[in-house]
Design a protein around this ligand. Structure first.
Ligand code: KIV
Length: 286
């Protein structure tokens, strides 16, 4: 995309590696500084993921965040930067009960600044995708390892390792495309399976832990920047060590405060010579 041009849903929908298009670049973000950096780096799409629960809010899974949480962080990212397509995750239980609930919840995210929403699951989500598309809300699908199904899957495990499950994934992707999803995230599946899905649909696939044959890639902000250093999934490439840099900086600050080295004269405000003089006169009247 040329600098300063806006990434739109039709633009994303039209991108396929098989047409010779460059891969789409997506990253998560959760706050205004994140939105600003993503915009300046020229990424195509920013996802306010429900990974918010784990990487920002400290929960063990993604099930704890609410629509209000995602809306709050979506608005912050939108204030921080523009130019990219801003996608907000529909959290667990915000699209499982009824089509009406789904549209109402998605509308909150759009009003917070998102251009599109993402939901997890295959063919069983088709009625919800239909309802969103009918309400003019663009939808991104998400199949494979779907973290909101952590308990049903028995943990965060690579999916579709067997041929039957791989064929089901292809069928799910086709149903989502048919229902109107403009793009589909494929998470945590063997690279060969992601390639099959990518070849089977006309909309772009965005991979995470799904190999190089997808039409784009998405990673979590804290993983890319090395802010999260406790877990290192095989598919993550760290491009910085901000946890290390932050630890060094905060430790140096603590040492300087404790030794009296911070603040120094240049980091303090000072009275003018006349005001110092005036104060010393007041002092001498006692
Ligand atoms: O919540 C999230 O960050 C996601 C990505 C991992 C695709 O859904």
């Amino acid at each position: 995309m040329a600098p300063n041009s806006k990434v739109t849903v039709p633009f994303v929908r039209s991108r396929k590696a098989s047409h010779g298009d460059d891969p789409l670049v997506m990253i998560t973000a959760y706050d205004a500084p994140g939105g600003r950096v993503a915009a300046e780096a020229g990424v195509d799409m920013v996802l306010v993921g429900d990974s918010l629960a784990m990487v920002v809010l400290g929960y063990d899974d993604t099930l704890q965040v609410t629509v209000d949480d995602i809306a709050h962080h979506t608005a912050a990212v939108a204030r921080g930067g523009s130019g990219f397509l801003l996608v907000a995750d529909l959290p667990w239980m915000s699209y499982h009960l009824s089509a009406q609930d789904t549209v109402t919840n998605a509308a909150k995210l759009i009003r917070a600044g998102a251009h599109a929403v993402k939901l997890e699951g295959g063919r069983k989500r088709v009625p919800m995708v239909d309802a969103l598309v009918a309400a003019e809300i663009p939808v991104m699908g998400h199949i494979g390892l779907t973290p909101q199904s952590v308990h049903a899957m028995g943990g965060f495990k690579v999916q579709a390792r067997e041929s039957q499950a791989a064929l089901q994934l292809v069928a799910d992707a086709k149903e989502l495309e048919h229902a109107g999803c403009f793009s589909i995230v494929i998470e945590g599946v063997p690279d060969e399976v992601a390639a099959m899905v990518t070849e089977s649909v006309g909309v772009p696939t965005i991979g995470i832990g799904a190999g190089k044959h997808c039409d784009g890639q998405v990673l979590v902000w804290h993983d890319v920047l090395g802010i999260e250093d406790r877990v290192a999934p095989k598919f993550v490439r760290r491009y910085a060590n901000l946890k290390g840099a932050a630890l060094e900086a905060v430790s140096a600050y603590a040492a300087d405060v404790r030794s009296g080295a911070f603040p120094d004269d240049s980091e303090s405000y000072h009275l003018s010579a006349e005001q110092v003089e005036a104060l010393s006169l007041y002092g001498s009247q006692d």
